[in-house]
Design a protein around this ligand. Structure first.
Ligand code: CP
Ligand code: NVA
Length: 308
């Protein structure tokens, strides 16, 4: 079964092929209405279940549109509406859904839920974000970087802020795509060491630098994300804000990166918290290209999973 669970679990040649196919599919439908079908309909006759146990705008709409453009159909489900949220096991849910649908996309809390779904499903399972990783986002980010600046291999990416699920998938990607990665944030919010060690073992240069100015020096790409993720308790809000304020991405900080550095944020953004309006809306920002590219990258991921 070809699941897309994480970037580190997917062969680098397959990842490269997905990015290239996403770029080709995007250019093939340039200028067409969003709802127009693609010329080929690789998902004709396929049904995709999109399950959300957390809120979503981009993941939900981009998967839904992508499946439709490729000729497939979707059903969007929330965990609380399903028996999943009322005691039915994940394994049984996986077995049942596999009798109805051709692919399951799941956004959930604990990674173990995703892994159990994948273990017991007889159809491909795609990770639509867990507390631990967000691989579809980073595939879109690679596509976006390369569209603007060419190959990401050998480039330097600096992450400012919380060492969260989106950072973790950047670390996976650093190992698989061969770029350098710097984490810059408070020690208390460091990423799990395993993400850094694994990227290093694959040959990426991965550093932790606490000083934001030093961390962004030489960066080709500066990235941040919300200071409070969906799985973080709101009771930590004040403490997190105090810890993370020094790592805000603003115009003064961007001046220390390379002059042609790009700025990315997976969105939703909390303007003037982790990033200022001036950077979000400035010439280095490609945040809305990233959002658009969720669609194109995921179409390639779905095709890879389904072998079509
Ligand atoms: N970036 C991202 O995954 O956004 P959503 O939470 O809106 O899906
Ligand atoms: N780190 C964020 C990403 C949202 C797309 C979260 O998990 O809430």
């Amino acid at each position: 079964m070809t699941h897309f669970l994480d970037i580190n679990k997917t062969d680098p040649a397959d990842l490269r092929a997905m990015i290239d196919q996403a770029a080709a599919m995007k250019s093939a439908r340039a200028g067409r209405p969003k709802g127009a079908p693609d010329d080929d309909q690789p998902l004709a006759g396929r049904m995709v279940a999109l399950i959300f146990e957390k809120p979503s705008t981009r993941t939900r709409v981009s998967f839904d549109m992508g499946v439709r453009q490729m000729g497939g159909q979707t059903m969007v489900l929330t965990g609380s509406e399903m028996q999943l949220g009322h005691g039915e096991t994940i394994a049984d849910t996986a077995r049942v859904l596999s009798r109805y649908v051709d692919l399951i996309m799941l956004r959930t809390y604990e990674e173990d839920v995703l892994l159990e779904m994948a273990d017991h499903a007889s159809v491909p399972v795609v990770n639509g974000l867990t507390n631990r990783t967000h691989p579809c986002q980073i595939m879109a980010d690679i596509l976006t970087y390369e569209e603007h600046r060419g190959p990401i291999a050998g480039r330097k990416v600096t992450w400012c802020g919380d060492g969260n699920n989106v950072f973790a998938s950047f670390a996976h990607a650093a190992g698989q795509f061969g770029f350098d990665l710097t984490f810059c944030g408070p020690e208390t919010l460091d990423p799990e060491r395993v993400f850094l060690e694994e990227a290093r073992a694959k040959g990426a240069s991965v550093e932790i630098i606490r000083d934001p100015v030093r961390a962004v020096q030489g960066a080709d790409l500066v990235v941040t994300d919300t200071w409070i993720s969906m799985h973080d308790s709101q009771s930590t809000r004040e403490r997190r804000h105090n810890q993370l304020r020094p790592y805000q991405v603003n115009e003064a900080l961007m001046k220390h990166a390379k002059p042609d550095a790009l700025f990315m944020h997976c969105l939703p953004a909390h303007r003037n918290e982790e990033v200022t309006d001036a950077v979000m809306d400035g010439p280095q920002s490609v945040v809305f290209d990233e959002a658009e590219n969720r669609l194109h990258a995921q179409k390639a991921i779905l095709r890879w999973c389904l072998g079509v």
